[in-house]
Design a protein around this ligand. Sequence first.
Ligand code: PEP
Ligand code: MN
Length: 337
Amino acid sequence: MIIQLDPQTPSSVKDNIELKAMTLGFKMTEVKTEQGNLYMVGIGKKEFDIRILGQMEGVRDIHRVSDAYKLVSRKWRVHPTIIDLEDGVKIGDGNLQLMAGPCSIESEEQIIQTLEHLKANGVNVMRGGVYKPRSSPYAFRGLGMDGLKMWHTLAASYGIKIITEVMQVSQIEPMLPYIDIFQVGARNMQNFNLLDELGKVDKPVMIKRGMSGSIDELLQCAEYVFSAGNEKLLLCERGIRTYEKAYRNTFDLNSIPILKEKTHLPVIADPSHGIGLRAYVEPMALAAVMAGADGIIYETHQIPEKAFSDGQQTLDFKESKALIQKLNATANLKASF
Ligand code: PEP
Ligand code: MN
């Protein structure tokens, strides 16, 4: 159950509602979001007349939500959530949003070349890691805050937004002024301490599906961030690990329409990590648009063979330009149905 309250509700009124809900068999948690909304989330299974609570002082709205996740459920918020990155850049408003860039931020020259490429092709959000989760501790692990600050200055001069991965709680605060979207990587999907802390910031968070994460688990991870106070959330399908060895991950296109049905949050698809093979990023990206993705995030680099990470799944700028044109055409085709 979700009860939405007036944000200014006095504690005595909240206490009354909580007491009443408890007598009806619910355990209540109060959620005040960075975006200025106040909710009470009730966990319990008792059947009751919803009007008992609905008519109480302070209650703006009340919904029954039987899912394990509540605040991210579409059973409650039927309209899709739109993430506003400002300057006219929005995700989830019905237009396909593209986010592209290298796997890792490597150098000033690389950043500028990428920004030029994105600007020339109408892409408003640049991806790239400054903190890289790598399978081997000896692999390149990112330029850290120095790289992020340099990137931020350059990206701002092009009017391009930044999405980048945050790996641990201590990085959140220093990164905050320099990013537009925090990315939670697949390996951190269930890092609940990180999710809790990201709930306390007023910046969008994109959670990538863990390689062994179910759709339901992904939604419950999003619920962590929302219930800790941050409503600005995006989900990302990036492939899961299966027994199939012909490609890097099994890009679960099925999850896209299912997530769209279960949650009001925008759904992004990452075909680069999804299939892990450069030649097939394009068809999988187009398929993800047809499956209903609100945005596509993919890897591109001026010379993929020289990329510090994930070169095998990275498009060069010529391939990236062709993909952007086909993605836009596919989005238009879909909109015409
Ligand atoms: C990435 O986006 O470069 C990345 C590390 O992705 P994932 O967490 O999905 O593996
Ligand atoms: Mn990568």
